[in-house]
Design a protein around this ligand. Structure first.
Ligand SMILES: [Ca+2]
Ligand SMILES: [Ca+2]
Length: 173
């Protein structure tokens, strides 16, 4: 009897599993086909958006411009281009044409997406790397202004501009 129930649940699990899979977009972490960007950031957040702890900290938005899911496990982001592995991402996914926000507040106790550096409002650099240290995207920026973000427009393009209407986790405008 127990074996029968076990077998039945196993079949059910396999069935559920096989139903789930086709609806998920494929994962593609190949560096040369990655369309993953440092898409927008804010180095002087006074009132724009608060983190889980209610703090208005610096943030960086990533954008996945591909039609495939990117799993960021082992990818890293840094404020010093010479130190590629400075902060490593957990195994979080970015869905196709979606955004992911990282807090730059040196406070990992507040959640999984809190990097171990802050952004300098007087100018700095940002770099995104694959798990084996290949460059995904970099930006070197100048002076930043309160509650104004700096980002690519449109999302993922080569053109950067100041954004008086910041759009954390949504399309740049
Ligand atoms: Ca914080
Ligand atoms: Ca945005």
């Amino acid at each position: 009897m127990i074996m029968k129930i076990f077998k039945a649940s196993l079949i059910l699990l396999i069935f559920i599993g096989s139903c789930d899979k086709p609806t998920e977009p494929p994962v593609d972490n190949t560096p040369k086909t990655l369309k993953l960007y440092i898409n927008e950031f804010m180095a002087s957040n006074k009132t724009t958006i608060a983190d889980e702890a209610g703090q208005f900290n610096d943030w960086v938005e990533l954008y996945n411009g591909a039609d495939t899911v990117i799993n960021l496990n082992g990818f890293s982001i840094t404020d010093t281009l010479g130190k590629s592995g400075k902060w490593k991402f957990p195994g979080v996914n970015i869905l196709p044409k979606q955004w992911l926000l990282i807090w730059c507040d040196e406070d990992s106790s507040q959640g999984p997406l809190h990097a171990n550096f802050k952004l300098s409002a007087s100018g700095e650099e940002l770099g995104l790397f694959t798990p084996d240290g290949k460059v995904v995207d970099t930006i070197t920026y100048g002076k930043q202004f309160p509650d104004t973000s700096y980002g690519r427009f449109p999302d993922g393009s080569a053109t950067w501009k100041f954004m008086p209407t910041p759009t954390p986790r949504s399309a740049n405008k």
